[in-house]
Design a protein around this ligand. Structure first.
Ligand code: TYD
Length: 208
């Protein structure tokens, strides 16, 4: 059986990825694929417990990075890899690029430590496509403050946001085959047109 595609959605908090994930799920199903929608940190019973700690409990930066990858390993073993092997597509709300951006960039742990963890947990395994929702800090902040109670990451100051965003954009620039950067300050209709075109492209490529 042909392996499924591993698709991830990334971006700074407030970039609006949640609403696009629901739309993407439906669009993928309409192309005739079975799709598993999941998220990080989380996606398993243990992972969701770790998520609670990660979002609300103060901890050392290295502990934070380790727990992100602990949750990720569980998620890969229990959910992502089995689904892909069964030919399903997996649509994941954040993956290791978020560790590079938030822990590596935002918290300034640097990319080398994240790379080591990545090498240990998923050597030679990367998403087939990563949609990076990008937008300027002021717009992201305004959207966040309008919506809800903020978690540990969302409460960070603007320089943290800028470093996180810059780390994402840096990764995207270095891997333009995998990343598709979406300007999240555009209208929802325009964003959907871009996503739709990209999905068609993935669909055609996966049938070859
Ligand atoms: P998020 O995906 O934004 O969920 P919600 O939309 O429900 O708030 O929340 C996850 C937070 O975890 C987000 O602020 C980014 C952070 N995070 C990291 O710092 N490193 C990681 O490796 C991952 C996966 C997430």
């Amino acid at each position: 059986m042909q392996k499924g595609l591993f698709l991830t959605v990334e971006g700074v908090d407030g970039a609006g990825k949640s609403s696009h994930i629901a739309w993407l799920q439906e669009a993928i199903q309409q192309l005739g694929y079975e799709v598993v929608v999941t998220r990080e940190p989380g996606g398993t019973v243990l992972g969701e417990k770790l998520r609670e700690l990660l979002l609300h409990e103060p901890m050392h930066l290295k502990t934070e990075a380790l727990l992100m990858f602990a949750a990720r390993n569980e998620h890969l073993q229990q959910v992502i890899l089995p689904a892909l092997s069964a030919g399903k597509w997996v649509l994941c709300d954040r993956f290791s690029d978020a560790s590079y951006a938030y822990q590596g960039g935002g918290r300034q742990l640097g990319g080398v430590a994240i790379e080591q963890l990545e090498q240990w947990v998923h050597p030679s395994m990367q998403p087939d496509r990563t949609w990076l929702f990008d937008l300027p800090l002021e717009v992201a902040r305004e959207r966040l403050e309008r919506t809800r109670d903020l978690d540990r990451f969302e409460k960070e100051q603007s320089d943290f946001f800028e470093r996180t965003r810059a780390a994402y954009l840096h990764r995207a620039a270095n891997d333009s085959q995998r990343f598709c950067v979406i300007d999240s300050s555009q209208s929802i209709e325009q964003i959907r047109l871009e996503l739709e075109a990209d999905l068609q492209h993935l669909h055609q490529a996966s049938r070859k």
